[in-house]
Design a binder for this molecule. Structure first.
Ligand SMILES: Cc1cc2nc3c(=O)[nH]c(=O)nc-3n(C[C@H](O)[C@H](O)[C@H](O)COP(=O)(O)OP(=O)(O)OC[C@H]3O[C@@H](n4cnc5c(N)ncnc54)[C@H](O)[C@@H]3O)c2cc1C
Ligand code: SF4
Length: 427
């Protein structure tokens, strides 16, 4: 019998395991941390932030007691400043570039301190320009799409966001590890962003690009990567074998106590998603979790920090293991078999659950006819696609697959679309 069970841990244990992974700073801690900043001229932390937030500027505002001003400095450049404060790999971005190394400034926690300062339900901090009468369609309500929608709404354009799922937020809602964005944070942030006004959200609609181009003055595509890369192994159709992204999406939407998890879990892959599914399996109560990656630690898509985090959580990471086949008993997975890249000896890892986490792919929007580059939408420096009235950004174009990069892409595209609409006034 398979040992896949729901409720391996009690409700309070699950609540503890999936609670906020970072404790927020108190007011006194934030003040002390802000006062460690050198307020560098030509600050390297700003250059390392994909959205170019004036980091010393907002830290100085915290240091002088102006926490609301700090929040505005952040949100001016990145309307997803709240979630980025929680999910950004700061160790390779702003904090990684900080000139202090004793240790670097806790920029992520300071950003969170500032953005958390905005009261829920308070008036939206930005106002809209007068209505321009121009209409823009945004496809996808993830960080890229909503960042673009917010930027366009600020300029006075009317925006309709078409979202395939029944909830907005993209991977902030369906993908990021639950302990990074607990307490329904993604939906609260979407509510805050949409409070600018002028943005209509339409769910569950199959859109065709040709039709959108006829109905709107411009289009932004921010559909992420809806496809899953294939892994053609004997046994991939066995019971107990899952796509990591599908399981994480279910985990983010379900009562954790009812979510079945194996006793012995194997994760095939080496990126963010592999780390997240492995750690979350462990925190759901799996006894033994192994990430098997076909190359070495340096080639893993997951950062060193994430690899350490997985190991602190009791996850074993094995390198140089090329998956060969899955073995079964009664139609259920029982072992994952690997060829060792170094010794040519087979490694057999007993398991009752296997997650495939080998990456996602761009799934084209119907009827798009867009040029691609390396399997994603080809764009120019302004985010414009091969069609002159269509822009794209986020995970569906080349670049870092990070929330902060998606927010930046959406912001820049909104500026470019606004300039295009002004140039083509009356057309
Ligand atoms: C498991 C996992 C963990 C991650 N963890 C982190 C992390 O800790 N930190 C970090 O910075 N980044 C992380 N990322 C990456 C980050 O989530 C993405 O880079 C970011 O969400 C990309 O934003 P996006 O708007 O381009 O796409 P998405 O967030 O994927 O949003 C795209 C939206 O478009 C919708 N859509 C798709 N096709 C259509 C269609 N045809 N019509 C209408 N709507 C459509 C989708 O339903 C979705 O809502 C993680 C990714 C994964 C998979
Ligand atoms: S690099 Fe570090 S010390 Fe310098 S401004 Fe940025 S956060 Fe402050």
């Amino acid at each position: 019998m398979a040992d896949i069970q729901a409720g391996r841990l009690s409700g309070p244990e699950l609540a503890e395991n999936f609670a906020d992974v970072h404790r927020p700073l108190s007011g006194a801690e934030a003040l002390a941390e802000a006062n460690r900043c050198y307020f560098c001229y030509d600050a390297p932390c700003i250059n390392a932030c994909p959205t170019g937030i004036d980091i010393p500027g907002f830290i100085r505002a915290i240091a002088t007691g102006n926490v609301g001003g700090a929040a505005m400095t952040i949100l001016q450049e990145n309307i997803f400043g709240g979630s980025c404060a929680r999910v950004c790999p700061t160790e390779i971005l702003c904090q990684g570039a900080c000139v202090r190394n004793d240790p670097p400034l806790a920029i992520g926690l300071l950003q969170r301190h500032a953005t958390d300062h905005l009261e829920p339900g308070a008036p939206h901090p930005f106002s809209r320009a007068p209505d321009t009468g121009r209409k823009v369609a945004v496809v996808g309500a993830g960080p890229a799409g909503l960042s673009c929608a917010h930027g366009l709404a600020r300029q006075g354009h009317e925006v309709v966001v078409f979202e395939a799922r029944d909830k907005p937020g993209g991977l902030n809602e369906f993908g990021i590890a639950a302990y990074k964005l607990p307490d329904n944070f993604a939906q609260h942030e979407v509510g805050f962003i949409l409070a600018i006004g002028g943005v209509e959200l339409r769910h569950g609609q199959q859109v065709k690009l040709g039709q959108l181009r006829r109905d709107f003055d411009a289009v932004f595509i921010g559909v992420g990567q809806g496809g899953v890369r294939g892994l053609d192994l004997p046994g991939m159709d066995l019971a107990g074998v899952h796509n990591a992204v599908d399981y994480i999406a279910a985990l983010r939407q379900t009562d954790l106590a009812g979510l079945p998890v194996g006793a012995k879990v194997v994760v095939i892959g080496g990126g963010n998603t592999a780390i997240d599914i492995a750690v979350q399996s462990k925190r759901l109560g799996a006894e033994d979790v192994t990430i098997a990656y076909r190359r070495g630690p340096k080639q893993m898509g997951a950062t060193r920090h994430e690899q350490d985090f997985a190991q602190i959580n009791g996850v074993r990471i094995k390198h140089w293991l090329q998956p060969v086949r899955l073995e079964s008993e009664g139609g259920e997975v029982r072992a994952a078999v690997f060829a060792s890249a170094q010794t040519a000896v087979e490694t057999i890892i007993p398991c009752d659950m296997v997650f495939k986490a080998v990456g996602q792919t761009y799934a084209p929007v119907a009827d798009d006819g867009l040029e691609l580059a390396d399997g994603r939408i080809a764009i120019d420096r302004d985010g414009r696609t091969s069609l002159s009235d269509v822009w794209a950004g986020g995970d569906c174009v080349a670049g870092e697959d990070l929330t902060v990069q998606a927010a930046q892409d959406g912001k820049l595209a909104a500026r470019a679309i606004d300039a295009y609409l002004q140039e083509n006034r009356g057309s």
